[in-house]
Design a protein around this ligand. Structure first.
Ligand code: F6P
Length: 344
């Protein structure tokens, strides 16, 4: 059998573990694996390479993706679907394993509905994909963010400052909530709960009034101000990608300026940015990525098209990609209430 594999969307620690697992399992069964370069772009243009044992060796611990990635959307490029079908015919591809988040898998679902033999693997540091308990990459991202918050703690304390830490999370605040809770943040701001800046400042003032001289605020890049309470606060850039997403960023600096102005406490912002996505995956992400990859190969062998590997409890199960990408998995507000116990 000839199996294609691609990685799409933002990169994520653990992608290489999945590629390696698909390939190693395939090689055990004398199947061939074609790695498409740069996500759907490679599938449209027919660009990639037949993977060898050597190419997938020594990559488990490496961040990024050996195949490259892009945010190319075949449904935004002319005849994208037809071109992918032609690539499959030309290379004799019998199946494709698409590794990606909501956008890449949304395309996979459409192509599978159009009759292409595709299965999916859920990836994103944001952990916002429905249908699975966890996406690989999330564990690495929250550990990087937690370690950064730990480091910020010591400098905040030394300088008696308020420190705002901006983390990734476009529509879902999973990274902010988990890293903030684990790092002992004094305020956590997430996209799911528009915030009132005066309330944030009051929490900080209350904390300082009881003798603390520093505070840590962790904010998702997609955190929004409650417009009914403060419409002067602009937090988004306008530029959009092929999937219609604006490029976020800037909330940290805006918040820092406003907090300093409203509380009088010296405030600084740190934007963690792509550091959260780079570098070595944690053990948990290497194991999860390997399990997803082997399971995706099994879906291929069964011809279970349109399905995605998902974690439910301790088990890897098959779920419908269409269902898993229908809506984003947003933060569990009960967990946010737990974090709120430690605010201020
Ligand atoms: O992969 C999702 C994500 O991590 C978002 O949280 C973030 O908005 C986006 O990627 C940024 O990615 P890039 O800068 O690569 O477009």
């Amino acid at each position: 059998m000839k199996i294609g594999v691609l990685t799409g969307g933002g990169d994520c620690p653990g992608l290489n573990a999945v590629i390696r697992a698909v390939a190693r399992k395939a090689f055990l069964n004398d199947d061939e694996v074609f790695g498409f370069y740069d996500g759907w772009k490679g599938a449209i243009e027919g660009k990639g390479d037949w993977l060898t044992q050597k190419q997938v060796s020594g990559i488990l611990h490496r961040g990024g993706t050996i195949l490259g990635t892009s945010r190319t959307n075949p449904y935004k490029s002319e005849d994208g679907e037809t071109k992918i079908k032609k690539t499959f015919e030309k290379l004799g591809i019998d199946a494709l394993v698409a590794i990606g988040g909501e956008d890449t898998l949304g395309v996979a679902a459409k192509l599978a509905a159009a009759g292409l033999p595709i299965v999916g693997v859920p990836k994103t540091i944001d952990n916002d994909l429905s249908g699975t308990d966890v996406t690989f990459g999330f564990d690495t991202a929250i550990n990087i963010a937690m370690e950064a918050i730990d480091r910020i703690h010591t400098t905040a304390e030394s300088h008696n400052r308020v420190m705002v830490v901006e983390v990734m999370g476009r529509h879902a605040g999973w990274i902010a909530l988990y890293s903030g809770l684990a790092g002992g943040a004094d305020v956590i701001l997430i996209p799911e709960k528009p915030f009132d800046l005066d309330e944030v400042c009051n929490l900080i003032k209350k904390r300082h009034a009881r003798g603390k001289s520093f505070s840590i605020v962790v904010a998702s890049e997609g955190a929004k101000v409650d417009a009914s309470k403060d419409d002067s606060f602009v937090v988004q850039a306008k530029e959009v990608d092929e999937f219609g997403h604006v490029r976020l960023g800037g909330i940290g600096n805006l918040l820092a300026g406003e907090i300093e102005k409203r509380t009088g406490f010296e405030t600084r912002a740190t934007i963690l940015g792509h550091i959260q996505r780079g570098g070595s995956p944690t053990a948990a992400d290497r194991v999860l990525g390997s399990r997803y990859g082997v399971f995706a190969y099994e879906l291929v062998k069964k011809g279970d098209w349109g399905k995605m590997a998902a974690l439910r409890g301790q088990d890897i199960v098959a779920v419908d990609i269409q269902e898993a990408t229908r809506e984003l998995k947003t933060v569990d507000l009960d967990l946010y209430e737990v974090a709120e116990v430690f605010f201020g």
